[in-house]
Design a protein around this ligand. Sequence first.
Ligand SMILES: Nc1nc2c(ncn2[C@@H]2O[C@H](COP(=O)(O)OP(=O)(O)OP(=O)(O)O)[C@@H](O)[C@H]2O)c(=O)[nH]1
Length: 593
Amino acid sequence: MATATETKNLRTPIVCVMGHVDHGKTSLLDKIRGTAVVNKEAGAITQHIGATEVPLSTIRSLCGNLMSGTVVIPGLLFIDTPGHHAFTTLRSRGGALADLAVLVVDITEGFQPQTIEAIKILKQFKTPFVVAANKIDRIQGWTPTKNGPFILSYNKQPDYVKTAIETRTYELVGKLSDLGFSSDRYDRVRDFTRNVGIVPISAKTGEGIPDLLMVLIGLAQRFLEENLRMTVTGPGVGTVLEVKEERGLGFTIDTILYDGVIKVGDTVVIGGKDKPIVTKIRALLKPAPNREIRVEERFDRVPKLTAAAGVKILAPGLENAVAGSPLRVAKEDSVEAIIKDVEGELEKARIVTDETGIMVKADTLGSLEAIINELRDSGIKVAMAEVGDIARKDVVNAETLPGSLNRVILGFNVQTLVDAKDYLQTSDIKTFNNNIIYKLIEDYEKWQKEQKDLAEKKRFEEIVRPGKVRYLPNCTFRQSKPAVIGVHVMGGCIKPGVTLIKPDGSKVGIIKQIQERNENQSIASQGKEVAVSIDGPTAGRQINEGEIYYVDIPESHSKVLEFELKDTIRQDELETLMEFVAIKRKGNPFWGR
Ligand SMILES: Nc1nc2c(ncn2[C@@H]2O[C@H](COP(=O)(O)OP(=O)(O)OP(=O)(O)O)[C@@H](O)[C@H]2O)c(=O)[nH]1
């Protein structure tokens, strides 16, 4: 076992925790934050604004002799807000802010929709991740060893408990494989660049957390050394986590610094609502541990900070800052260039939309981008996309979208404002709201299918259907005005209002009424013998007993029947249609093509 050594010029990797609702993301973060308290020997855990830092020395003492190899990174910085929503909101130069992710899966429930959604996002951002198979303490028969490494606890369990863990781990391996990742329990993974490690943990007992931290360190070193070898001494670069008004302080921004150094007095450029904000840092604030919560004392003031760190920044003009946007420290001669850079980054983040499609509203640029990617994967085009609640003007804009199936607004994690709700009552725009991407897409797709089916049904009902009848011998009930004759429906059907033609293409007349045993009928299908009244001909002159007539189908309807509905119409209808089409094509081979 080699000893771990620190190398100061690599920055701390940033880690985000993701997973399905209730699988234990918050509990895991709480456990990590509480570790130092629980385990005195474990060493310090530093609380940042919006993040928790676990220094290497802490990880080392937690892992004991599990840790091997040379460690060259200073520790891990966990973003305190869990969920893939936070992950997509926090961006750095067009990518994800988090260098690594922990995907929490409840081992007793396995993969759930949001687990899959998180994996898709991680894949999209190419973020290395580890699976924390949580709640192992709930496996029947599990005897916990608090805060211990998983392997040590596992070895103490009876065989049936071991088997249960193994079986459930392999279920996760199977699911990951379906999604294109090869994986195994972390202690069996040799190459973390090829395999995803699964670490069984309990956020309740703390078991497996040392192993999880260790795997994260390993991942960071294998994947990220180049990324982490940043200009730790250069001008600071960060991402705005949150814009907050603090009592007694005014507007502040909680920021994750992921590169370089930031100092009080530095000029910074920040993404703003309309344009980049240029301002001077008045104070850098860190949480003050264990103090009375009085504003002035809630924070410690620090003169400077080095990446990676979470910090609250106090400066004039922050009220227009935008969460998720970039922050850059600028030297006097570089302000203009950096403003351009920040503008460029915001521009890049702006969503590229399709010419036609639906409207999407989401709460942040990151989530908007994530949802648009998912929609495109599902073959759904997006014509309008914006950050913000659904307002009346959005509904008005959506009304200009061509195509009835596009006249919808998909809202992700946003409200429908009152004026929009009022306007929607008289508008044909449909809105969908959800804070789970897959559900939003599923709801829209379901609606889309219903609409298509409905339209198809309507179209089908309106189409003149094929029909073939024979004028029965001895069944002339009236000669003319209208002629009333008995017919046998040989194929398809007839309805009042259709025109009949002869096999030579000449017109017979229009069916006025159909009667069966003196009762009016709206349709007579194959096999029926009915009386029909026909406007136009005189029986015995233009029409004669024993003749065959066809329903005259308009050319456009014939095309639909022959080319779109061919597989859905009955055999006798199809045969009748083909005979009818042949009559038409005798005179014009291109008829109905
Ligand atoms: N037995 C046991 N319960 C756990 C464990 N981890 C979390 N829980 C419980 O599971 C429930 C959900 O945990 P949370 O940490 O709130 O889950 P989450 O993923 O953060 O949930 P959301 O924030 O709602 O998405 C809580 O009742 C926790 O106490 C664990 O390892 N073992």
